[in-house]
Design a protein. Structure first.
Length: 159
């Protein structure tokens, strides 16, 4: 009985620690960084205003309830990197709401994104803040070191 209680307590403790101290590749950690990135973008500030708040899935009900579930998908890309896609909602003053889609890769630096896109729910306009998918695919498609170095030079990346 004590062993079962220990396993249960350990499992609960693990999930509490992971939720309170998220890693970069966790949905909550990616949400925190993406929200900070979006809050600093001038186009987003001009469209949605300040202060900007972010939250998880919006159920479009009158009561806000618990909106802390971040839609996320983990997968392995063609280049072998682990990727995490997230979707969340942002809201500015008044009724300015939008959706944010972002993706991170474990092979990128902590301040880099595969893509970050923001859509205004009122107008449907989509702003692409960052999109490195084509660049990453081209770099991954290089077969020799010479091709990789040439692409890195053209794209302004260090190898």
């Amino acid at each position: 009985m004590y062993g079962g209680l220990f396993v249960l307590a350990s499992t609960c403790g693990y999930f509490v620690v992971m939720y309170l101290f998220p890693t970069r590749m966790s949905p909550q950690g990616a949400f925190n960084s993406a929200l900070e990135f979006v809050r600093r973008d001038e186009r987003v500030i001009a469209r949605f205003g300040e202060p900007l708040k972010g939250y998880g899935r919006d159920l479009n009900t009158r009561s806000e309830g618990r909106r802390n579930f971040i839609d996320s998908t983990e997968y392995v890309a063609k280049d072998g990197s682990k990727r995490l896609r997230i979707k969340f909602t942002i809201e500015g003053p008044g009724n300015a709401k939008g959706n944010v889609w972002a993706e991170i890769s474990d092979k990128m630096r902590s301040d880099e994104w595969v893509y970050v896109m923001v859509q205004d729910r009122r107008t449907g306009k989509l702003d692409t803040l960052i999109d490195k998918r084509m660049e990453m695919e081209a770099y991954t498609g290089a077969t020799t070191d010479a091709e990789r170095e040439a692409l890195a030079g053209l794209l302004g990346r260090s190898r």
